[in-house]
Design a protein around this ligand. Structure first.
Ligand code: C5P
Length: 222
């Protein structure tokens, strides 16, 4: 049984999109539903972990016995992560964090004037990279959404961000991934690549957490 595999282990998961304000009434965001991250939170909790879920704006109910913090922007998400990262053994970055935010905050609503409007953006912090670069990082699992050359790009990301594991979903397969209840993953570590066949996000989350468990035991536990 996998019931208590993560007993005594603290796992933090980011999930959902972030929302970057354009002005007090408008924002930019993306289509992430948060379903994969919430499914992972539920699976990890069912396997005995103490789970902290940092969620962007999503329409999902909190899994049983999971501690949830809601955030809006990427900067908010980083702050929430950093507040509790010291206690974490495993960090799973499932959120679709906006790469950019508006450079200069508009404190008043933008008025419709000229035919064209330009906005200047500035890069958001990379939350996963920030966590992986800590002096004593937790075990890190990142996600990669690729449309082509999935394994190569994901492996490059694993190395560039210095992660323990990366899970790539091939968003080119229709009906899977974003906003869907089903997904398929390619799970990559330094030494291995493993395919998790198309399944419900909840079944996949369970399979994925079994892989996380064996790799975590191998690399982080004495
Ligand atoms: O570099 P890329 O955005 O493709 O990497 C995706 C992975 O990095 C995901 O695990 C995502 O949650 C994480 N990420 C993050 N903060 C960002 C951008 C991505 O944590 N600003």
């Amino acid at each position: 049984s996998s019931a208590q595999l993560f007993a005594g282990i603290h796992i933090m998961i980011t999930a959902g999109p972030t929302r970057e304000a354009i002005d007090p009434v408008r924002y930019i965001s993306n289509h992430s539903s948060g379903k994969m991250g919430f499914a992972i939170a539920q699976a990890a909790q069912a396997m005995g972990a103490k789970v902290t879920l940092i969620a962007g704006p999503v329409e999902l109910s909190t899994p049983d016995k999971v501690a949830r913090t809601d955030v809006v922007s990427a900067q908010d998400m980083l702050n929430a992560v950093e507040r509790e990262i010291d206690e974490q053994d495993i960090f799973i970055a499932c959120a679709a964090v906006a790469d950019y935010r508006i450079a200069a905050e508009n404190t008043q609503k933008l008025k419709k004037k000229a035919e064209e409007l330009s906005l200047t953006f500035t890069q958001n912090p990379d939350i996963l990279k920030t966590v992986a670069q800590r002096k004593q990082p937790p075990f890190t699992l990142g996600f990669a959404a690729e449309t082509n050359d999935v394994e190569n790009y994901a492996r490059a990301k694993l190395e560039k961000k210095q992660l323990n594991m990366i899970a790539a979903n091939d968003v080119s397969i229709p009906g899977l991934g974003f906003n869907s209840d089903r997904n398929a993953l390619l799970v990559i570590t330094k030494e291995h690549t493993q395919k998790l066949a198309p399944a419900s996000k909840s079944a996949l989350a369970h399979e994925l957490m079994l892989l996380v468990h064996s790799e975590y035991k191998r690399t982080h536990k004495n």
